[in-house]
Write a protein that binds this ligand. Structure first.
Ligand SMILES: [Zn+2]
Length: 279
C-alpha cells in the first residue's frame, strides 16, 4: 500500500507537472469562448434534443434516474479532499454562457477521488478540473429531481488518459437550512458573472465547504458520460446519496442566471449496474 508520505510526494510531483503547463493556465484565465450548444428546449440547432445526433454518443449516457431498489451495495473508500494543504481551493469563476464554472488555479490542484480507482480499469490519478451547477438536478433518485446538482469534476492527470470522475452533490431548497458555504462563496461573485462570457473573477472556496458536503455519505457509483456536449462516455459518476439542503434564495439566485433549466433529461440506463457504495 502506498504510504501517505509517498502519496504526498506523488501529489506534489503531479502539481509541479501541472504548473509547468503554463499555456493552458493562461488560456483558462481568459473569458470563456462562446459554446455551440444551448439549454433552449426549442433550439433545433444546438438545444438538448439535438445533442444525441450531433455528438453521436453511445448507450452509456448521463444523467440517469437512480432507482434505489436496483442499486447493488458494495463497500468502498470514503471520499476525502486531498491534499488539505492551504485550507482553501483558489481559482476563478466565470459565466460560460451556459454555466457558472469555478476553475481552480493550476497550482491549487486537489482531489476528492484520490486513489479511489487504484487497481481498477480506471487506475489513474484525478485532479479537480472544475465545479459547476445545474438547476434543477440532473440525476433523478426514484424518479424525483432535487432542486440543484453541483458537479465536482475531476480529470485524469495523465493528458493521454481521456477519463473523468465527477462527484454529484444534490440539494433541495429548505428555508430552515443554514446557508451553504459553497453556494455562498460562489454567489459572492454573482455580480461579476451576471453577464455571459464575462472575464473570470478570482475566487477562493474554503476546502471545508467541499469536504462537509462529502463526509461519510454513501454514494451511487456508475459508468456514464459528460452531461453536456461533447457527451464523452468516459466518466466514473459518484453521486452522493445524502441530499443536502440550502435556503431557497441561494438556489433561486443560481437558477435565475439562465433563462432555461440547465439539466439534461435523464438517459436510458441500458445494461449498466449502479452501485451504492458505503464507506
Ligand atoms: Zn455538470
Amino acid at each position: 500500500m502506498t504510504s501517505s508520505v509517498e502519496k504526498t510526494m506523488l501529489r506534489s510531483l503531479a502539481s509541479s507537472a501541472t504548473a509547468a503547463m503554463a499555456p493552458l493556465a493562461r488560456a483558462a484565465s481568459r473569458a470563456p469562448a462562446a459554446q455551440p450548444w444551448s439549454w433552449d428546449p426549442k433550439d433545433t440547432v444546438g438545444g438538448p434534443s439535438t445533442w444525441h445526433a450531433t455528438y453521436c454518443p453511445g448507450h452509456a449516457q448521463s444523467p440517469i434516474d437512480i432507482v434505489k431498489g436496483d442499486a447493488v451495495a458494495v463497500a468502498g473508500p470514503a471520499l476525502r479532499l486531498v491534499p488539505p494543504t492551504s485550507g482553501s481551493v483558489s481559482g476563478s469563476v466565470a459565466n460560460t454562457g451556459n454555466q457558472i464554472v469555478l476553475t481552480p488555479d493550476a497550482d491549487a490542484k486537489t482531489s476528492i477521488v484520490d486513489g479511489l480507482f487504484r487497481g481498477s480499469p480506471d487506475d489513474a490519478t484525478f485532479s479537480l478540473a472544475n465545479i459547476h451547477f445545474h438547476t434543477p438536478a440532473e440525476h433523478a433518485v426514484d424518479g424525483v429531481l432535487a432542486d440543484l446538482e453541483v458537479h465536482v469534476v475531476h480529470q485524469a492527470d495523465n493528458p493521454d488518459v481521456d477519463r473523468f470522475a465527477v462527484v454529484g452533490l444534490l440539494f433541495n431548497a429548505d428555508d430552515s437550512a443554514p446557508e451553504s458555504p459553497l453556494l455562498s462563496a460562489i454567489l459572492s461573485a454573482s455580480e461579476e458573472y451576471a453577464e455571459p462570457l464575462s472575464e473570470p473573477t478570482p475566487l477562493a472556496v474554503d476546502a471545508a465547504a467541499i469536504t462537509e458536503l462529502v463526509g461519510d455519505s454513501p454514494y451511487y457509483a456508475y459508468p456514464g458520460s459528460l452531461t453536456t456536449p461533447p457527451l464523452t462516455e468516459a466518466v466514473s459518476w459518484l453521486v452522493i446519496a445524502n441530499i443536502h439542503k440550502a435556503p431557497a434564495w441561494q438556489i433561486e439566485q443560481l437558477t435565475q442566471i439562465f433563462p432555461y433549466p440547465t439539466n439534461r433529461p435523464v438517459q436510458p440506463v441500458n445494461d449498466r449496474v449502479v452501485n451504492i457504495v458505503t464507506p
